[in-house]
Design a protein around this ligand. Structure first.
Ligand code: SAM
Length: 244
């Protein structure tokens, strides 16, 4: 039936395309996507040859209006290059406009790198704050981290290989003592997740420059990485207090 279908797609492993996603991508009238080559591969994999319409960060008001108009009478799917559309990806304005125009909107759940990273990290997940990409400039990155220092939740960021070590250095400086988790190449052949203090991870990734896509996570304030020396002195202090 007509409407806008938000469709989550794999974040690396094509086996993660859901049955419903395949059904909608094969049965819809057109697919709005960021990059027709990237989505073309997925469409080929599931055996769909539906028309691909470009809808990316550079889409104009008119592009959007055209999709909303089409969704009144046709089934239009929205996908991004990978994962859940709208999550650090285009689509929010399209959904807003479709809703404002009374067009039916539905969302098919599926892979989202932030959630996959969180589940792998071993960090507390009862409260988390997803904060997208950290700014690329040093000052802005430090300010963003400082503004999140008091947040009582695991912090999640999207990150890229070339920028990881600078982010880790900033975290070590601005949020010292926190446990950090780096989840890389999720669902792919070289999937990896390392959880340790920022300084330790910094040392590792300086020696082994990371390739590929990354979810960077920071434990909440109370989950401090305590060194053995610190632990011993804390224990001594506690024992002193008990004696008095
Ligand atoms: N909408 C996507 C989602 O639901 O995950 C995210 C799109 S965002 C433009 C791309 C970023 O997502 C990457 O820079 C990386 O931080 C993260 N990402 C995507 N795929 C990933 C993967 N397989 N492993 C780790 N991180 C990934």
């Amino acid at each position: 039936s007509p409407g806008l279908y938000i469709v989550a797609t794999p974040i690396g492993n094509l086996g993660d395309v859901t049955l419903r996603a395949a059904e909608v991508l094969k049965g819809c009238d057109a697919v709005a996507c960021e990059d027709t080559r990237v989505t073309g591969k997925l469409m080929k994999h599931i055996g769909s040859a539906k028309p691909l319409w470009r809808y990316d960060d550079h889409a104009s008001e008119r592009d959007r209006a055209r999709i909303v108009e089409a969704a009144r009478t046709q089934a239009i799917a929205l996908v991004s290059d990978a994962g859940t559309p709208l999550i650090s990806d285009p689509g929010y304005r399209l959904v807003r406009d479709a809703r404002d125009s009374g067009v039916a909107v539905t969302s098919l759940p599926g892979p989202c790198a932030a959630i996959v990273g969180l589940t792998l990290s071993g960090l507390p997940n009862d409260r988390f704050l997803f904060a997208g990409f950290l700014p690329s400039k040093d000052k802005a990155r430090g300010d963003t981290l400082a503004s999140l220092a008091q947040v009582d939740a695991t912090l999640l960021f999207y990150e890229t290989g070339p920028r990881l070590t600078r982010s880790l250095a900033a975290i070590a400086e601005v949020l010292p003592g926190r446990m950090i988790s780096v989840a890389r190449e999720l669902t792919k052949l070289h999937e990896e997740c390392r959880t340790a203090a920022a300084a330790e991870l910094l040392e590792h990734y300086e020696a082994h420059p990371p390739k590929g896509e990354i979810v960077l996570m920071i434990a909440p304030p109370e989950e401090v990485a305590v060194s053995k020396d610190d632990a011993e002195s804390m224990l001594r202090e506690a024992l002193e207090t008990m004696k008095t």
